[in-house]
Design a protein around this ligand. Structure first.
Ligand SMILES: *Cc1c(COP(=O)(O)O)cnc(C)c1O
Length: 467
């Protein structure tokens, strides 16, 4: 047992995110001692491939010298200062470097420190925009079924992943739920559907709902191209193009939550680059600092900013203590320098192709019900190898794969019975081949074990979601 002393202290005082306490007792957290490149090392020196980029944050690998240098230099010069009444060069440099990669219309940045706060700011800005414009009745929001926008009360009000958020229903503000762009959760997607047309009937039902509510809607919020927490479900870019045109016609603002999809994850710098659409608000976090410090941005247009010009009655009176922390901003600027110097995006397609081939071959295994991918993101759904039906909830198939993956030196965290890969952009071809080889062995072994333990029966209830 690695580092029993730390584990004892952890058990006594620490409360971990998304973790049932019974699981933590049966399967205590690993004590991670250090990280380098795409590997994490535990207290015994055992290595684990960081296959989920430390919760979708890491881009260039851990301990990247350029990021470390930027952080050290900035910490010595200016560690932190409030961002109201003061400004600083790291924030300006980060935003200017980012602007070079953003659509021209997105020119005004509001900083915060995590994905949920980036979403909260976008929601409040959209609400106040219509208030400031003298149309306070346009105060509501629409969101997609299966979408995830954060765990704070505002962001969960516009999230459609009921397994996490249903309990909090009484706390949510009412919002309009639109059908997911690729139909129900059980739909097989298989491969990369981004270039396909959006199903016509599906689109019509979205359009009908938005038209009926347009007078009362301030904004629609979406995760562009792929629902991430909702099962890594890519969908056609065509959906975003239609949504964009309709919202322009109906004067509904569009919020793209690229907290997960930003910074190359989908193969392009932003997911919106593949759709060719420009939202009114863009939310960035996770990878913004290179995945090394908490930092977020809500970016909008001059048109929106204009509606806030004036005195306190027009101002956006909102902010956080660590808004635009200079060290995090310096890391963010350095991360964008890495993108430029190392040609990170240009190098992606060759590596991503290995992931895509790997998913295609996993999808042929008995017990894999579907396999899909987009850029450096891949996912497979687990099913009973004999019946093709979902495992009973009690089997906790996803969790079993996770446990087996750690023993094999990689991190296959489940979303319910979906297993996913969300790889650092810095993943090298050789490492990725090794990751896919080990993944295949873990999946084959675990599925065979589960099949013996839970002989195929009738339709069983789905597993609860876990991350
Ligand atoms: C993770 C995530 C968030 C929330 O970000 P936090 O930093 O965890 O608060 C919001 N939206 C999307 C799409 C995410 O994946």
């Amino acid at each position: 047992m690695p580092d029993p002393q730390s584990l004892g202290r952890d058990r006594q005082h620490i409360w971990h995110p998304f973790t049932p306490t019974r699981d933590a007792e049966e399967f205590p957290p690993l004590v991670i001692e250090r990280a380098r490149g795409i590997r994490l090392y535990d207290a015994d020196g055992r290595a684990y491939f960081d296959t989920i980029s430390s919760w979708w944050t890491n881009l260039h690998g851990h301990a990247h010298p350029v990021l470390l240098r930027a952080i050290k230099r900035q910490a010595r010069r200016l560690d932190h200062v409030n961002f109201s009444g003061f400004t600083h060069r790291p924030a300006l440099e980060l935003f200017e470097r980012l602007r070079e990669r953003l659509p021209a219309g997105l020119s005004r940045g509001f900083f915060s420190d995590n994905g949920s706060t980036a979403v909260e700011a976008a929601l409040k800005l959209a609400f106040q925009y219509f208030h400031n414009c003298g149309r306070p009745q346009k105060a509501g929001f629409a969101y997609l079924d299966g979408a995830y926008h954060g765990d704070t009360v505002g962001s969960l009000s516009v999230s459609g992943v009921d397994d996490f958020h249903e309990l909090f229903q009484p706390l949510k503000f009412p919002a309009l739920r639109l059908p997911a762009p690729w139909g129900a959760k059980a739909t097989r997607i298989t491969g990369n559907p981004v270039g396909l047309d959006c199903p016509e009937a599906l689109w019509r039902s979205v359009e009908t709902r938005l038209r009926a509510q347009a007078d009362r809607l301030a904004a629609v919020i979406v995760e562009p191209l792929i629902l991430c927490v909702g099962g890594m479900r890519p969908y056609p870019a065509d959906f975003l193009r239609r949504l964009s045109a309709l919202c322009r016609e109906l004067d509904i603002l569009v919020i793209y939550d690229e907290v997960a999809t930003g910074f190359g994850r989908t193969g392009s710098f932003l997911a919106l680059d593949q759709a060719g659409t420009v939202p009114d608000f863009l939310c960035l976090a996770k990878g913004l600092s290179g995945g090394i410090l908490p930092l977020a941005l809500t970016i909008t247009s001059e048109r929106i900013f204009e509606a806030f010009r004036g005195g306190p009655e027009k101002a956006f009176l909102h902010g956080h203590s660590y808004t635009a922390n200079p060290i995090a901003c310096a890391a963010g600027a350095a991360s964008l320098r890495i993108f430029h110097r190392q040609k990170t995006l240009e190098r992606l397609p060759a590596v991503a192709a290995i992931l895509h081939d790997g998913i295609e071959s996993l999808a042929r295994l008995p017990g894999i019900a579907d396999g899909r991918y987009l850029g450096m993101i891949g996912a497979v759904d687990l099913a009973h190898p004999d019946s093709g039906q979902p495992f009973p909830a009690t089997a906790r198939a996803g969790r079993r794969v996770y446990q087996a993956s750690l023993a094999a030196g990689l991190v296959l965290r489940p979303l319910g019975d979906t297993i996913y890969w969300l790889l650092p952009l810095a993943t090298r071809a050789r490492d990725l081949r090794e990751i896919m080889k080990r993944s295949q062995a873990v999946l084959a072994d675990t599925l065979a074990g589960l099949a013996r333990e839970f002989p195929a029966g009738g339709q069983a209830p789905r597993a609860p979601r876990e991350v």
